[in-house]
Design a protein around this ligand. Structure first.
Ligand code: GLO
Ligand code: MG
Length: 343
């Protein structure tokens, strides 16, 4: 069954270009401009961190008023909020991690912030909470008890599942950066944790292409695993040139064949037919000038759409014959010919 594709991106995908080695190189683009681009370029949703949606330091009543205004603005533009993700890695309370921090007070801060992120999601009309365990790890193994940290991970999931009976939690796993080795580095780890929760049916997966590649895994196989569990509820498409820092490159620009494989499995299993979004998580190249700081999103969407066409143009009967004959050499040649428009 072919997929139905609606696209999303996060406001942080259009940024000012600072990196650990240099300052910002572009002006801040207001959120309203990002919304205008989303509409013009045919996106269906915006992804939000909690503090992208609202100033989380305001009193709750004031936050809710602002969230209602934001929801109206999205509605007026025909956009949805795809998910809320608590941005736990910026606050002084989370220097040593959030729910796995060694400090009870800091763990409580993280738990409260995650609970509030669930409420923000509901205010914006989405039942998806994305958890990226950025600092849930350590640089010094003896500094954090990994057995206890995994127990605390399950505890957090249970607290959130208990907090709201309709929220769905999407784990976005990444093996490293900012930690040298993050706890629960892969989809498989997170699914194992999900199975220990009070409601595994509400715990699912968001797969980011670059995160899989950083774990030296094949993104399309990671998607296949999540699909097999009926838990592929979100994706972050992007690309990655080998095992280095998380590059978040434009989809398909480093590994076109891997990008094709991702689209192939998504389309084969009707991704998107249950309302899942094709989410992008892509950084603007630092070298881009101000007036072309949206191109990476428009280009990634276009590349995805071109690959859908390529996937659907495949002679599936011929592919099945090659599989039956176990002629995978010819299969690989055929796929490359399809990609190059020579099949
Ligand atoms: C970083 C992650 C990050 C998340 C975002 C939503 O490597 O990919 O961008 O996707 O914070 O959870
Ligand atoms: Mg991501």
């Amino acid at each position: 069954m072919a997929g139905t594709y609606r696209f999303s991106f996060g406001p942080w995908n259009v940024h000012e270009g600072e990196d650990p080695f240099g300052p910002r190189v572009r002006e801040t683009i207001p959120f309203e401009e990002k919304v205008k681009f989303a509409v013009k370029a045919g996106f269906g949703a915006i992804q939000f961190h909690d503090d992208d949606a609202v100033d989380v330091t305001l009193p709750i009543a004031e936050q809710n008023k602002k969230l209602a205004e934001l929801k109206k603005m999205l509605d007026d533009n025909g956009l949805e909020a795809e998910f809320i993700a608590p941005r736990l890695w910026f606050n002084p309370h989370t220097i040593d991690g959030g729910w796995t921090s060694n400090s009870a007070e800091d763990r409580q801060y993280a738990i409260d912030r995650c609970k509030r992120a669930v409420d923000i999601a509901k205010e914006l009309g989405t039942d998806r909470l994305v958890l990226w365990p950025a600092r849930e790890g350590s640089y010094v193994r003896e500094a954090k008890d990994s057995k206890l940290a995994y127990d605390r991970f399950v505890e957090l999931l249970n607290i959130l599942l208990e907090h709201d009976k309709t929220i769905r939690i999407l784990g976005e796993m990444k093996p490293n950066e900012p930690c040298d080795s993050t706890l629960s580095p892969t989809t498989g780890h997170f699914l194992a944790l999900a199975s220990r929760t009070i409601d595994p049916d509400r715990v699912g997966i968001l797969i980011e292409s670059a995160h899989a590649m950083l774990a030296n895994l094949e993104p399309s196989d990671e998607m296949g695993m999540a699909l097999s569990f009926g838990k592929l509820w979100g994706i972050h498409l992007n690309d990655q040139n080998g095992l280095k820092f998380d590059e978040d490159k434009t989809f398909g620009t480093a590994n076109l064949n891997k990008a094709f494989s991702q689209v192939y499995i998504l389309d084969k299993y009707g991704y998107g037919n249950n309302g899942e979004y094709v989410g992008l998580d892509i950084k603007v190249l630092r070298t881009q000038k101000q007036d072309v700081s949206f191109a990476h999103l428009a280009n990634s969407k276009a590349i995805f759409e071109m690959l859908v066409e390529k996937v659907r143009s495949c002679d599936q009967k011929y592919i099945d014959e090659l599989i039956a004959a176990r002629d995978y050499e010819e299969l690989s040649f055929y796929i490359l010919k399809v990609i190059m428009g020579k099949a």
